[in-house]
Write a protein that binds this ligand. Structure first.
Ligand SMILES: [Zn+2]
Length: 271
């Protein structure tokens, strides 16, 4: 599933090819995505210029003078830059065709992705308005985690995966950040000190930034007729390593489930 680093890598991969370009045609082959693609999408978008490609949580935002395209990759979506006249494959649901002959093609086998249109400021949109801060921006920090967690009995892992608290900390990154911070995933959120939350906020930032840097090596794949860009191998310290040795102390890593999600930690290094 594309996580925040993959979405950010996708943004960096496609932005140079479509920013400043005029849309000449939108081809919707399959409107039944997570939510129906607006019937008037093609009509609305034709002739508009993409001013910028930004990201909020895992949504890509294509800004135009009259509104914003919201695009979510869902469970299995990917975007590719192609030259015109490339035949569409089975799961190529939407093409954005540009005046310079470029196509932005949305492919999504499982169809949990979304392509929506809004004329209101994106931050006011139903899907975005209640989201917590971006983990890579300055308004996310240990003080915020500390103040929002008081009296919360929930496990710290679930707390940092709650998008009302902070966006973009998926299961893999929650595991990795808690290991790096030395905090046991089951610890009650309300019982963790400010100093430890400051460390955790920094570790969340580091694991996401490292993943984005690793994704940077795949940027050229976005211009690839056959490739499946956007997903990349990452160097993980605990996730997927249950029963293997901890890199810090050599003790074997333990796996449990929290809210039915795989949770791997070191019983010695994480307290
Ligand atoms: Zn250890």
């Amino acid at each position: 599933m594309p996580e925040l680093p993959e979405v950010e890598t996708t943004r960096r991969g496609i932005a140079p090819h479509i920013e400043g370009q005029n849309i000449t045609q939108v081809i919707v082959r399959q409107p039944k995505l997570r939510w129906p693609v607006p019937e008037t999408l093609a009509q609305t978008l034709t002739g508009l210029n993409i001013q910028s490609v930004s990201r909020r949580a895992k949504y890509l935002l294509f800004s135009t003078a009259s509104g914003t395209i919201l695009l979510h990759l869902g469970m299995s979506g990917n975007l590719r830059i192609m030259s015109a006249n490339q035949a569409a494959g089975k799961h190529d649901h939407i093409d954005f065709v540009f005046a310079n002959g470029t196509i932005l093609r949305f492919n999504d086998p499982r169809r949990f992705g979304a392509v929506l249109w809004t004329t209101e400021p994106p931050s006011e949109h139903q899907l975005l308005k209640d989201l917590g801060p971006e983990p890579l921006l300055a308004d996310f920090n240990g003080e915020l985690l500390y103040s929002l967690s008081r009296n919360r009995k929930t496990a710290v892992k679930l707390f940092i995966m709650d998008s009302h608290i902070v966006v973009g900390v998926g299961n893999i990154y929650a595991n990795e950040a808690l290991f790096m911070a030395g905090i046991r995933p089951t610890r009650q959120a309300g019982k963790i000190s400010l100093a430890r939350y400051q460390k955790l906020a920094e570790c969340i930032r580091v694991v996401l930034q490292q993943a984005i840097q690793q994704g940077g090596t795949t940027l050229r794949d976005f211009v690839n007729e056959a490739g499946k860009p956007g997903y990349f191998q990452q160097q993980l310290r605990v996730y997927g390593r249950a029963g293997l040795a901890c890199a810090g102390c050599n003790q074997l890593l333990t796996e449990i489930r929290i809210a039915n999600r795989s949770t791997v930690f070191c019983g010695h290094c994480q307290q």
